[in-house]
Design a binder for this molecule. Structure first.
Ligand code: HEC
Length: 103
């Protein structure tokens, strides 16, 4: 019985953790998974993370536009980086992580 209780408690802890992760998407993990392939290499003309010159004219459009372009796509940028399973909040967290060094 003790063992069962411990298993149940561990399960509950894992669920709590998952719920927390949902509320606060991990921008770095999402970037690594969904954005890095293009935004680290500059593939297809993607602005590279940390490249101030590449981001300056884009930042002038405002964060709302950059969020919208990340979610809906923009020219060679596929909607959600091609990862349609991501929520809007997860994509925004990845944008925040990507732009953090140039803000
Ligand atoms: C298949 C390659 C590819 C992937 C994957 C990708 N991007 Fe992009 N992204 C691009 C390209 C190319 C551009 C430049 C588009 C242009 O200006 O023509 C771009 C531009 C952007 C911009 C600037 C948009 C603007 O209005 O200037 C943002 C923000 C962005 N991407 C965020 C993301 C995020 C967040 C992810 C991951 C969820 C991601 N991208 C994944 C290729 C990619």
């Amino acid at each position: 019985m003790k063992k069962l209780t411990a298993t149940l408690l561990a399960g509950a802890a894992a669920l709590t953790f998952a719920a927390t992760a949902q509320a606060e998407p991990d921008g770095e993990a999402i970037y690594n998974q969904a954005c890095m392939a293009c935004h680290m290499t500059g593939a297809a003309g993607a602005p590279i993370k940390g490249d101030e010159a590449a981001w300056a004219p884009r930042l002038e459009k405002g964060m709302d536009t950059l969020y919208a372009h990340s979610i809906d796509g923009f020219q060679a940028m596929p909607p959600k980086g091609g990862h349609m399973n991501l929520s809007d909040e997860e994509v925004k967290a990845a944008v925040d992580f990507m732009l953090e060094p140039v803000l």
